[in-house]
Design a protein around this ligand. Sequence first.
Ligand code: F6P
Length: 364
Amino acid sequence: MANYSVTKRFGILTAGGDCPGLNAAIRGVCRAAQDRYGMQIVGIANGFRGLINEDAKELHTEDLTGILTLGGTILGSSREKPFAPTDKDDLAIEVSDKVSAIKETYSKLGLDCLVVLGGNGTNTTGYKLSREGLNVIGLPKTIDNDIVGTDRTFGFHSALMIGTEAIDRLHSTAQSHSRVIVIELMGHKAGWLGLHAGVAGGGDVILLPELPYDIRVIGNHLKKRAKSGKTFSVVVVAEGAMSTKEADMDKKDRKKYRTETAPSVAYRVAAEIQEETGMETRATVLGYVQRGGIPSASDRVLATSLGTKAADLLAQGQYGRMVALLGNDIGSVDLSVPEGKVKNVPLDHYMIDSARAVGTCMGD
Ligand code: F6P
C-alpha cells in the first residue's frame, strides 16, 4: 500500500542546458513518487516547449529502468523561456499566449503539480508560473554550479572531472612542446567550474568572469615561470572571463568587441599571451564534452537524493519550493530564492586564496 499523498498526478520536465545526472534525478523523483506514494506521472517533452505544445506522455516503471547512469535527459530539453519575448521564436506566439497555453496544458493533463529540473532560468520560470497559480517544485541542476539557494547543483561534479582530466592531458603535451596552452571551460557568468578544475588540475593561471584580468600580469607570471626553468604553462579560462579593458565596456560594446576579435575567450587570451610574451601559445575549447556522458558517482547520489526529496514534498503538498543541498543535508528553500540571481564566486573565497598560495596567477 502506498503512503498517503496530497499530489496524485504531476508533470515533470527538464529545461535549459542539459547535464550529467538529469536522468538520475528523474528516476529519483519518479520512482519514489510511484513506488512510495502511488502517484501518476506525466513526462513533458523538451522543457517548457512541451507544455506550450502539449507534447507529453505518461511515464511508467519501464520508462525509468536503466536510466541512472545515462547522460542527457530522456525527456529532452530546450531553452524555451515562456516569460521572455523572442523574435526568432519558431512557435511565433506572444508571452501571454505562451503562459496561457502552459496553464491550459497543465489543467488539461490534470496535473496537481509541475516538477521542473533546471538552472537559474528554469527555476525562475518555475517561480513565475507558481505566481500564476500553478503548483511548482524546482530541482537545481547545472554544470555551472551557480544557483542561489543550494550548496551544489548536480552536473557540476561530472563536468569538474572532465575538465580536470582535460587539464591533466594538456600538461603533458604542453611540456613536450614547451608551449603555453589555454583551455576554455564553460561558465559564462560564474567561474566555479574553472576555479575548481583549475585548482584540481594545477593550472598556472586561472581566469574567472568575476575577476577581470590584466594581460601584462599574466605575461609577467609566464615569463617568470620560463626564467625559473618551467618551459610550459597551462592557462585555465572560464568562458565568461574578461580583461580589465572589457570590464570597463558596457554590455553591448563588450559583446561586439568579443565577436569581432576571436571565436571565443580562449583564442583571444592565447593571442594576447603570444603577443605579450612571444611564447608559442595554443587554445583548446572543451565545449559540450563537459555536458555529455555518464554522471559521476557524486552527481548520481546528489541527483537521486534531491529527486526523492522532491517526491516527499509532492506527497506533503509542499509546493513553491526548490529542493537543495544544505550543508550535508538535503532540504528545500522557497522557489523565490534563486529567482533572477546568479551565485558568483566571491572574491574572498578560500579557493582563490588557496590557488594564489600555491603560485597560481589569477590574472589580477
Ligand atoms: O548550462 C549552462 C552552460 O553550460 C553554460 O556554461 C554555457 O554558456 C551554456 O550552457 C551553453 O549552452 P547552450 O549552447 O546549450 O546554450
